[in-house]
Design a protein around this ligand. Structure first.
Ligand code: FES
Length: 188
């Protein structure tokens, strides 16, 4: 068995020697030795990996920066009266849609009597949040996330960013009008 292996190995090596001898006159056209060639290939491969990962990192950072920037901009839409808002009592909430029919939103009149409005889709996996009056916060039933009812900021749980914020105007008789929406969780 060992003898056979030695023979096979010698066969391969002698074939390699034969090839190198037969091509000796032309080797100056290919100045790399086999070892160097392997080095070059490894170096090229490493360069390729470095370039590819740098390009991926730069483009991913660009997307993240753009989406963070977009989420801080308020986008104006046609103003819309929120039906039913004029009768809201402190510690209550009202669902509505803004700016489009598919854009669910929630209007809150907090325990202090102030109004706040947010997109109703949780920023984790888009479950609808609800107003928990006893804690004065918005809670998500899916994975126990929670948001501040006054600012929409994440209080705890897996949501990665605040709720979409809806700009509102409140008249002296308590009529709420939606003016714009900030964030990214809406169809527009
Ligand atoms: S969908 Fe709201 S916490 Fe997961």
């Amino acid at each position: 068995m060992e003898k056979k292996f030695k023979e096979a190995r010698e066969n391969v090596l002698s074939t390699d020697r034969d090839v190198r001898e037969a091509t000796a006159d032309h080797q100056y056209e290919f100045p790399y030795s086999r070892e160097d060639e392997a080095q070059v290939t490894r170096r090229q491969f490493c360069n390729f990996l470095t370039l590819t990962s740098t390009a991926l990192f730069v483009s991913a950072s660009g997307f993240a920066a753009k989406s963070a920037y977009d989420s801080t901009k308020a986008r104006a839409f046609d103003s819309m009266r929120v039906e039913g808002s004029e009768g809201m009592q402190p510690g209550s909430a009202l669902n509505f849609h803004y700016p489009g029919e598919n854009d669910t939103a929630i209007l809150i009149r907090d325990n202090d009597g102030n109004y706040h409005a947010f997109g109703q889709k949780c920023t984790h996996l888009a479950c609808p949040v609800y107003y928990a009056k006893e804690h004065d916060r918005l809670e998500c039933p899916c994975h126990e996330g929670a948001f501040d009812a006054k600012t929409g900021a994440v209080l705890y749980g897996p949501p990665p960013r605040p709720l979409d914020e809806i700009e509102i105007e409140v008249s002296s008789d308590g009529q709420v009008t939606a003016l714009g929406r900030k964030g990214g969780g809406y169809a527009g």
